[in-house]
Write a protein that binds this ligand. Structure first.
Ligand SMILES: C[S@@+](CC[C@H](N)C(=O)[O-])C[C@H]1O[C@@H](n2cnc3c(N)ncnc32)[C@H](O)[C@@H]1O
Length: 191
């Protein structure tokens, strides 16, 4: 596969395939229309387990419908709850978690992710992340003038580099609110 490093969705889907390990527990923290959950399910090839969260009933229904129609596998659970409650549902170590921040695309709803709850959930997932596991976060800057992206950046740049490495992937010579990807890799056990 040749990697499209300029299309953020294609790029993080490529990374998902690279970062998954056999029989792993994985999380879609913002399942929305279900596209990332579907990609994860098919990339996991029926092994391990996927938990998908969203606060909106509309998103839960769309994700369930898409997975039922298009996933070749059924090793997943779609959960109508906030990702801040991730530790109520997942008691095992996690290999990969993805956040695709912002609003539900093609919806009239004004519910969006929020910097405080995103960082709160992130802190919980950093604790249950496996050694060598990854978190991928896609942040958009157009809808909130970069508020959530900036809060996330401030939080991530202070993570202890002996425990986590954090990479920020973005196109820097385009001035039109290009989306950004943050890649967090756990380098050392935190407990
Ligand atoms: C950009 S969309 C996600 C797109 C999705 N990954 C896809 O493939 O279609 C962001 C989603 O985050 C959800 N969201 C907002 N706050 C949340 C929270 N605290 N916990 C879980 N989901 C949340 C929204 O309801 C929305 O559906």
């Amino acid at each position: 596969m040749s990697v499209n490093i300029y299309n953020i969705v294609q790029y993080y889907h490529f990374l998902i395939s690279e970062f998954l390990t056999e029989d792993s527990i994985n999380i879609d923290c913002t399942c929305g229309n279900g596209n990332d959950s579907l990609y994860l399910c098919n990339a996991m090839k029926g092994k391990g387990f996927l938990y998908a969260f969203d606060v909106q009933e509309e998103a839960i229904k769309k994700t369930q419908k898409l997975l039922l129609k298009s996933s070749k596998f059924n090793n997943y659970k779609v959960i109508h709850d906030s990702h801040v409650n991730v530790d109520r549902y997942i008691l095992k170590k996690v290999q990969l978690a993805v956040f695709n921040l912002g609003y539900l695309p093609e919806s009239k709803s004004d519910i969006s992710t929020n910097p405080d709850t995103t960082i709160f959930a992130l802190e919980k997932i950093l604790k249950i992340l496996k050694l060598k596991g990854y978190i991928l976060i896609t942040a958009y800057t157009g809808h909130d003038k970069g508020l959530e992206r900036n809060a996330l950046f401030d939080y991530l740049e202070k993570l202890d580099d002996k425990l986590f490495k954090v990479v920020n992937h973005r196109i820097i010579n385009i001035n039109n609110y290009t989306p950004e990807l943050f890649i967090i890799h756990k380098m050392h056990e935190t407990d």
